[in-house]
Structure formats: C-alpha cells, structure tokens
Ligand binder design. Structure first.
Ligand SMILES: [Zn+2]
Length: 141
C-alpha cells in the first residue's frame, strides 16, 4: 500500500513542507524549529509527488511568486535545481548555502547524487557560481 503524505505549514517560519503519514518529524527542515510536524493539521495527499507539487504551489503562493509555466517535476535535475536557485534569488539572499540547496532539491524529489551532479554541470555550463559553501544562479541578462 502506498504511503500517504501530509503537507503542513510550519507555525514558526510559515514555510511549507511535507511529512510521510505515520512518521514522526519533530523539527522543521526549513528553520530547524522544534515543531511536531506530524501533529499539525494539513492536507493529505496520496503520493510524495503530489506532496512535492502541493508544497511548491503553496510556497509560490506564500512568497507571492508567479509559478514559472515550464516548471515540471520531470525536468532534468540540473533544470530543476536552476529553477530553485533562480526562485530563491527573488525571495532570499543571493548566495544560498549548499546544504540548503540540497534540502530544496531533495524536497522536489531529487537524489543527493543528482543534486551534486547538477551543481557541477550548472557550474561548468556557467549557470551557477560557487563560493566556499554557497552557490547562486548567475544573474540573467
Ligand atoms: Zn519552520
């Protein structure tokens, strides 16, 4: 039987995330606050994919960002990661800690290995700059 997921909003940072039903999560992955995420009310969905999509649309609504029409979960990891970085440029400080990039990538369903490869690929192709433990999307002209 497929596991169900619950999309919840952190009461501390107001950001959205999701938890597998039946799994205890005692901290928010976005702000590290001690919050029993599994006890919060939230929308129940039937797959991690649906949960990811709902988190994405909720996050876009939260940050009042218009969802790019070409953002699909079946895009290549590099494209997805670039979308995440460009999205963050408008809502967060330019340079994003690498661990945050991994967190965000994992939330849209990427594997750590895919994220690592995507970062290297984007760097080589000039879409991404890396400075110590932070990265950012190269500004668009
Ligand atoms: Zn939080």
């Amino acid at each position: 039987m497929a596991r169900k997921y619950k999309v919840v909003q952190c009461p501390k940072c107001k950001e959205f995330t999701y938890v597998p039903i039946g799994i205890h999560r005692n901290y928010c992955p976005r702000c590290d606050a001690k919050v029993p995420l599994h006890e919060l009310d939230g929308q129940i969905v039937n797959s991690s994919r649906e949960a990811q999509q709902l988190v994405q649309t909720s996050q876009y609504a939260l940050h009042n960002v218009k969802q790019p029409p070409n953002l699909h979960l079946n895009q290549s990891p590099a494209k997805q990661l670039l979308q995440i970085l460009r999205w963050h440029r408008s809502t967060y400080p330019q340079w994003l800690p690498i661990h945050e990039v991994y967190q965000q990538g994992i939330e849209v369903g990427l594997l750590p290995k895919e994220i690592q490869e995507a970062i290297e690929l984007l760097k080589v192709e000039g879409f991404l700059e890396k400075r110590e433990d932070t990265v950012r999307a190269v500004p668009l002209n």
